[in-house]
Write a protein that binds this ligand. Structure first.
Ligand code: DGL
Length: 271
């Protein structure tokens, strides 16, 4: 038995982990942020894949039977290869899941116009993974994607409530809605974007539903564990979370409060 591994390129996955802790408090979690190599959003396929694979191997070595990639860029660029190529050789009894699929599955009930906007990092948008997944499940939905490269740095610099943030939020949203004014549902496809939600609300038409991922992914994990009792039995349940980072722990502890509530104590590790 072991904890559920939760991986992100840095701090952003804490927003997803918090939803897990709220919805499934009985489980143990092992969070790993690759802060030394963040951001992933602007990196190539190969590099995101290699870094993510290293992180998954590490979390397996720490006893996690199940790893959730709580990072959109890693889920978009690395998940499929890891599931199909690496996992069968590494350990077919373990599982790696991402956060795209639960987000995509929820769309059917949310969009009426069948026009959906996707906001994400350059990597997530360039990968085309969201439109591919959406069209597999719901071929009638049209997706317009927009990369928002300034949004992660704004959050990481603590500027997400500033006028500067409003400027860049409006800029990208205006560009998106100019391409398709029929969009009625907007996916915040990056772990950092929920922190900009107050600003985002100011610049989207009122009819638009803003889709954040934490609760959707937590619901989906709950459902997965119910459908897979053999995996559920392997997940330890003491309600304990441990935090790991590849950067200096002090830096992580100082920044973590931007992304989650409560004080976090973290250990530095080498992958
Ligand atoms: N966690 C990443 C994501 O959700 C954003 C931060 C990064 O670029 O590494 O795409």
């Amino acid at each position: 038995m072991g904890p559920i591994g939760v991986f992100d390129s840095g701090y952003g996955g804490l927003t997803i982990l918090e939803a897990f802790q709220k919805s499934l408090p009985q489980y143990d979690y092992l969070y790993l942020g690759d802060n030394a190599r963040t951001p992933y959003g602007s990196r190539s396929f190969r590099v995101v894949y290699e870094y993510t694979l290293e992180a998954v191997r590490y979390l397996f070595s720490r006893g996690c039977p199940l790893v959730i990639l709580a990072c959109n860029t890693a889920s978009a660029k690395a998940l499929r290869s890891i599931q199909q190529l690496d996992l069968p050789q590494m350990d077919p009894q373990r599982r790696v899941l991402g956060i795209l699929r639960p987000t995509v599955e929820a769309l059917d009930k949310i969009t009426r116009s069948r026009h959906v906007g996707l906001l994400g990092t350059e990597g997530t948008v360039q990968s085309g993974s969201y439109p591919i997944e959406i069209n597999k499940l719901y071929p009638d939905i049209q997706v317009v994607s927009k990369a928002c490269p300034m949004w992660v740095p704004l959050v990481e610099c603590g500027e997400h409530h500033s006028k500067g943030a409003d400027y860049f939020v409006q800029k990208y949203l205006d560009e998106l809605f100019a391409v398709d004014p029929k969009i009625d549902s907007l996916i915040l496809g990056c772990t950092h974007y929920p922190l900009l939600i107050d600003s985002i609300r100011k610049f989207v038409p009122e009819k638009v539903q803003i889709i954040t991922q934490g609760d959707l992914v937590a619901e989906s994990l709950k459902d997965y564990l119910q459908r897979h009792p053999e995996m559920d039995e392997r997940c330890s349940k003491n309600g304990v979370t441990q935090y790991l980072t590849t950067e200096a722990s002090k830096k992580f502890e100082d920044m973590a409060c931007v992304f989650s509530h409560g004080k976090i104590s973290v250990s530095q590790v080498k992958l």
